[in-house]
Write a protein that binds this ligand. Structure first.
Ligand SMILES: Cc1ncc(COP(=O)(O)O)c(C=O)c1O
Length: 389
């Protein structure tokens, strides 16, 4: 298969693939502003949450939305803080999808809570709202909806269940900046939304994250849980620090990442459109060349953000990956995964939580999906052997 050339020339910088598609003029302007900030080093003091951090948070609120926002050091840190802000404590259960990135399990363990694994829907690989409804018990404190690979979960159904039972709904939007339901960015549907800005995401800041809260009290709890006492003293209520300004999780964002975020965030909508066009072009080609593949698409209720491009093997295909080898022979550099085992099937998870429920759709997806490296998915790099940023 020939590599596709993307219709958006600004995705290419100096003849090489770049994500984000920033121009060299943009990069030079930022370099000089950052240089000045280093010379006047106090601008990079992050302890009180001022300077670039305050600016980045207000820029996020303006560009993306969210009543209350808090910049943090990573998406994973954001998930930990979100669980604390939801009031998750020992003895609580949190409903999580049985398919995906397992890091949240570490935080549940740290908080003394247990995951309740719920299956995903085969088309979206997002948590099944009907199965969530069945999994609620008197111990359920929160539901974690992951917008898997940028595909929005069915938030209308999940929000209605969460509201009915008075349970906090947390959205993992790490790979879903730009994904929408009914024109509303995901992360703004639940009680708390968490974004990642690691180097592979839609807003790549090296490392970083943002948490959005519907409720001011949850924001205050999060502030006290993970920000320096100087910031809590300035912005929190007087009882926030309980007289202990140094007892917090060290999750503040690096101010240089925040400064970069201020510059790049206003461009993400345009960049997201270019990314979408590149994916649609590639998916069109795949549909005509390999009609038997299960290709991802927008769900009926929303718009995908195309975080990663994950394909399903042909129906009834053997699970030995032969179909992946076949596509590789056509020059499509795919790899099995990216999730290689359902969470409740992983031995280390089972040894911790032996009562974990098997999730058949999650298990099958882990055996029968493959993903395209991002350079190929964006359609502008050689299919094999090229850079995979
Ligand atoms: C769905 C999901 N959640 C959470 C994370 C963690 O984000 P971070 O790398 O910023 O800690 C990732 C990272 O790729 C992710 O894809």
């Amino acid at each position: 298969m020939q590599p596709t050339r993307c219709a958006h020339p600004d995705l290419i910088l100096n003849g090489k693939l770049r994500w984000p598609p920033a121009s060299s003029g943009f990069a030079r302007g930022f370099e000089s502003r950052l240089g000045r900030a280093v010379l006047y080093g106090s601008q990079l003091d992050a302890m009180n949450g001022g300077g670039p951090i305050a600016k980045f948070e207000s820029c996020f609120r303006r560009e993306i939305g969210g009543s209350h926002v808090l910049a943090v050091s990573s998406g994973a840190a954001g998930l930990h803080v979100a669980l604390m802000a939801a009031g998750v404590e020992p003895g609580h259960e949190v409903i999580v999808p049985g398919y995906g990135w397992g890091q949240v399990l570490v935080f549940l363990d740290a908080l003394g809570a247990a995951p309740v694994f719920v299956d995903v829907l085969p088309d979206t690989l997002c948590i099944d709202p009907a199965a969530v409804r069945d999994a609620i018990t008197p111990h359920t404190k929160a539901i974690l909806a992951v917008h898997q690979f940028g595909c929005p979960a069915d938030m209308r159904a999940l929000a209605s269940t969460a509201e009915e039972h008075g349970i906090t709904l947390i959205e993992d939007c790490a790979a879903a900046l730009g994904a929408e339901i009914e024109g509303v960015q995901v992360g703004l549907w639940g009680n708390i939304g968490v974004f990642s800005f690691n180097a592979r995401k839609h807003l790549p800041l090296g490392e970083g994250g943002m948490i959005v809260f519907r409720d001011h009290r949850a924001w205050e709890t999060a502030l006290g849980a993970c920000q320096h006492g100087d910031r809590c003293a300035l912005q929190g209520p007087s009882d926030l620090m309980h007289g202990s300004p140094d007892l917090f999780w060290p999750y503040r964002i690096n101010p240089m990442a925040a400064a970069l975020g201020c510059e790049m965030l206003p461009k993400t909508r345009h960049w997201g459109q270019a990314r979408r066009a590149a994916h649609e072009a590639l998916l069109g080609q795949l549909a005509s060349r390999f009609p038997e593949l299960g290709l991802p698409r927008d769900p009926p209720y929303g718009r995908h953000a195309w975080g990663s491009l994950v394909l399903h093997g042909p129906p009834g295909s053997s699970e030995d990956g032969e179909w992946i080898s076949e596509l590789r022979r056509h020059g499509l550099g795919m790899r099995p995964g990216p999730v290689l085992a359902a969470l409740p099937d992983r031995p280390e998870v089972l040894s911790y939580w032996p009562a974990s429920t098997h999730c058949p759709n999650a298990a099958r997806a882990a055996r029968t999906t493959a993903f395209l490296p991002r350079s190929v998915a964006l359609g502008i790099a050689p299919a094999e052997g090229g850079p995979t940023p």
